[in-house]
Design a protein around this ligand. Structure first.
Ligand code: ZN
Length: 171
């Protein structure tokens, strides 16, 4: 089989990946599992820029190591503003955990926040993404590449592994 016949990673294709993410000290930050690979739509800012660039043109079976500096990752650490929210501002069925992302509306602007810690009374959030300021080391394997459906292109994200996953949209 020649490489030309293999589906390669390029814009508007849905890509399945497995990855392990560590920081530059080797601390494990995140990883996929066999049952739960990462699915993303290439060229639609679903991934941090440094990783997406490195995946361009790759094919299923390719395994790459990529080092991503903060500017190409989750950005530098910004001046931290801690936001403390009451625990009961969150619905009971929301499973809070450190790193949980939410948006706070302030003066008509949406500010992204990430949960740092919480207890029964309050939730402490930061304006920094948990991986902000970190040099990221991805060990990535491309598992599969397929064409995106029109719905996926319209939405700018994949609908599951085979494109048929139903989900609800707020917008
Ligand atoms: Zn969608």
């Amino acid at each position: 089989m020649t490489r030309e016949k293999i589906e390669t990673v390029q814009g508007d294709r849905v890509v399945l990946l497995s990855f392990t993410l560590t920081d530059d000290e080797g601390t494990l930050l995140d990883r996929t599992t066999t049952e739960d690979p990462l699915v993303y739509l290439h060229g639609h800012d679903n991934l941090v820029p440094g990783l997406e660039r490195a995946l361009e043109g790759r094919a299923p079976g390719d395994r790459i190591q990529v080092t991503v500096q903060p500017d190409d990752g989750f950005g530098p650490k910004v001046d931290e503003t801690e936001h403390i929210l009451p625990r009961d501002a969150f619905p009971d069925d929301v499973e809070l955990e450190p790193g949980f992302e939410l948006a706070l509306e302030e003066d008509g602007e949406e500010i992204p926040l990430w949960v740092v810690k919480f207890d029964d009374a309050q939730v402490v959030c930061s304006t920094n993404h948990p991986f902000a300021g970190k040099t990221l080391r991805f060990d990535v394997e491309v598992l599969r590449v397929r064409e995106a459906t029109q719905d996926e292109l319209d939405h700018g994200h994949p609908h599951g592994i085979d494109g048929s996953e139903a989900h609800e949209h707020e917008d």
